[in-house]
Write a protein that binds this ligand. Structure first.
Ligand SMILES: Nc1ncnc2c1ncn2[C@@H]1O[C@H](COP(=O)(O)OP(=O)(O)OP(=O)(O)O)[C@@H](O)[C@H]1O
Length: 207
């Protein structure tokens, strides 16, 4: 266990020659829920990509579990990332996507059936993802992310497409994940989700 699971020091990132993050500082402790908040284009997704080891820094330091995040198997055994909509496998139903995710991990956090229940997809379990509504597809993507064993969740706008009831439900699910010792960092525009988290902005200033 690490007291602080994420340490970001003087992080500067440039995209297309433009500075996006400038000297950002962030420390996240085990069991915390952190909401990265700020206007469109302020660098929330960029920060998450840095934490996931998918975006190199121009300068500064990013440490996750005590070392630079590496896009490798050991890192992804600990980290579950929800970014843009995942690529769905043609011909597989919602249930089969979750069963597949469960089958490739030695200790999934829940069964496919439990995930279907938790994410209110039981009635649509035999549909292909592309035949689901936008919010149902987002619930499926969240179910697949939460089913994976992980100790750190990185979520980019997990509220996308969700109705008000399910946004509140998601806040509870993330609370339970953190109460069980997990850590959550999410970029969000949802005030309800942010209200239940420690809020930071990509400039590092508490919002
Ligand atoms: N590949 C890229 N090349 C150049 N600039 C980029 C690239 N990707 C993003 N940017 C710019 O970097 C800035 C930060 O983008 P980012 O996606 O991190 O913002 P965000 O806070 O997540 O925004 P939103 O709330 O709209 O999701 C924006 O000004 C964006 O236009």
């Amino acid at each position: 266990m690490y007291d602080s699971i994420i340490n970001v020091r003087k992080l500067t990132v440039e995209l297309g020659g433009n500075p996006v993050l400038r000297g950002m500082e962030l420390t996240v402790s085990t069991g915390e829920i952190v909401a990265v908040v700020g206007p469109n284009g302020s660098g929330k997704s960029t920060l998450l990509r840095c934490l996931a080891g998918l975006q190199p820094a121009a300068s500064g330091e990013v440490r996750v579990f005590g070392k630079a995040p590496a896009d490798d198997a050991a890192f992804w055994r600990e980290v579950a990332l929800l970014g843009d909509e995942p690529a769905w496998y043609p011909g597989l139903t919602a249930r089969e996507h979750l069963e597949l995710m469960g089958a490739v991990h030695a200790r999934p956090r829940m069964t496919a059936e439990a995930a279907l229940e938790e994410f209110a997809l039981v009635e649509r379990a035999d549909s292909a993802p592309l035949n689901l509504s936008t919010g149902q597809r987002q619930r499926l993507a969240l179910a697949a992310t939460l089913l994976r064993p992980s100790t750190l969740l990185l979520l980019d706008e997990p509220e996308r497409g969700l109705d008000a009831d399910f946004r509140a439900r998601l806040a509870d699910l993330l609370g339970a994940y953190a109460a069980a010792g997990g850590t959550v960092v999410m970029a969000t525009h949802d005030q309800g989700l942010a209200a239940r988290a420690r809020q930071v902005s990509p400039s590092g200033v508490v919002a």
